[in-house]
Design a binder for this molecule. Sequence first.
Ligand SMILES: Cc1cc2nc3c(=O)[nH]c(=O)nc-3n(C[C@H](O)[C@H](O)[C@H](O)COP(=O)(O)OP(=O)(O)OC[C@H]3O[C@@H](n4cnc5c(N)ncnc54)[C@H](O)[C@@H]3O)c2cc1C
Length: 426
Amino acid sequence: MIAGGGFGGFYAARALERTLPNQSARVTLVNDANFMLYTPLLPGAAGATLDPRHVVVPLRAELKRTELVIGRVSGHDPAGRTLAVERVDSSPLELAYDQLLIALGSVSRTLPIPGLAEHGIGLKSLADATAVRNQVLQCMDIAESIDDPARRREYLGFVFVGAGYAGVEGLGELQDFAAHAIELYPRCRADGMRWVLVEARERIMQEVPESLSRFAQRELLARGIEVRTRTELLALSQSAATLSGGETIPTRTLVWTAGVKPSPAIAKLGLTRDSSGRLPVDRTLRVAELPGVWAIGDCAAVPDSSRPGSLCPPTAQHAIRQGRLVARNIAATLQGREARPFTYRTKGVVAELGRNKAVAITFGVRWQGFPAWLIARTYHLLLMPGIGRRLRLLVDWNVALVFGRDTSAPGRLGTPTPLEAEQEQG
Ligand SMILES: Cc1cc2nc3c(=O)[nH]c(=O)nc-3n(C[C@H](O)[C@H](O)[C@H](O)COP(=O)(O)OP(=O)(O)OC[C@H]3O[C@@H](n4cnc5c(N)ncnc54)[C@H](O)[C@@H]3O)c2cc1C
């Protein structure tokens, strides 16, 4: 039984399909959506170089031997070895298991900052990416119709808080998108936009060495993006963000990308959690307190073999490797063989900055600018499962390169227009 069909759960299911002899075991995967979201491409969907449908992997199409249950994991009975699921039609379901893999991922970690929950937007799901893109376009539409320049400013101010790769990539792509879109708004173009990146630590992109972080910062500054390091968000209202230096930025759009915490479902499993809410596992990815239970990815506290005493960072590349290893270990357990420890050293990092530029490290070699961008796109192209989906990415990217980004804002997408009842005549 696999709970969660993101990077960890999907790659574990795929590896189990390949490792387990036919008909030797039944593999069930429970996920709250029928697709795996390829999150590293989410900024591309937000920035309109990619169609949102092209950054997901349909689970049924890729996992032919896995039974798929679409629903939310809502509880767990460790003694009875059953998982409680609420299906999409809200009906409850109890699933018994012999071996349970928990790969429920993470959600945005917010802080108790006044106004953040009410007015901030995350960048963690497909809905978030579409919402952020629509918000940017809607703000420009509104600003274009306002006569008072002071009021226009709040609609043309955009703030990102958190300068990890999600924040920097998200801001880079969206600012690039908005810089193209603003050409269609004469009033907004005359006023110009304001983009601000806020980071509490001393430098942006802690995931990459300082030289690449400096390159990324120079690149953002050259585009007129303001970078505030050692700065925190203190409060957010509908029309302004207040920062720790006392500065107030007029804005209607604040995107919060300052870290993640385990999925809230982890707290409902009746298992011991560490101080950050993750499930502690041993080096073989086993949850020590309950035989036959395993955990991987962002929701698990996995010892990092390359940095003794530390835990693996919450990245897709770790979740994928853990997924493959845990599948091997589960198969080994079923076949009476030894489980292997998780040993993985980060092979590299890629982060796109928009405007055909990126920073990357591959096997210790540092890249920046256009060569890094080519590496980043090639890497994602190779990693995306399925030749059809790779081709879709290629087509989207090339169409955007030649014809620019799509500037429509399909705000009500997914919400059908209610039919109006016809009044009876006479
Ligand atoms: C914008 C962005 C960009 C990123 N870029 C990179 C990058 O370039 N490189 C990199 O290595 N990492 C990147 N990451 C991090 C990466 O996405 C995560 O580390 C990775 O997805 C973790 O995999 P996972 O399987 O643990 O969780 P996930 O991939 O999040 O999968 C968890 C799954 O469980 C499902 N789920 C959650 N709760 C329930 C429930 N109660 N019931 C049923 N299903 C549930 C979720 O819907 C999801 O499908 C990025 C993240 C973001 C947000």
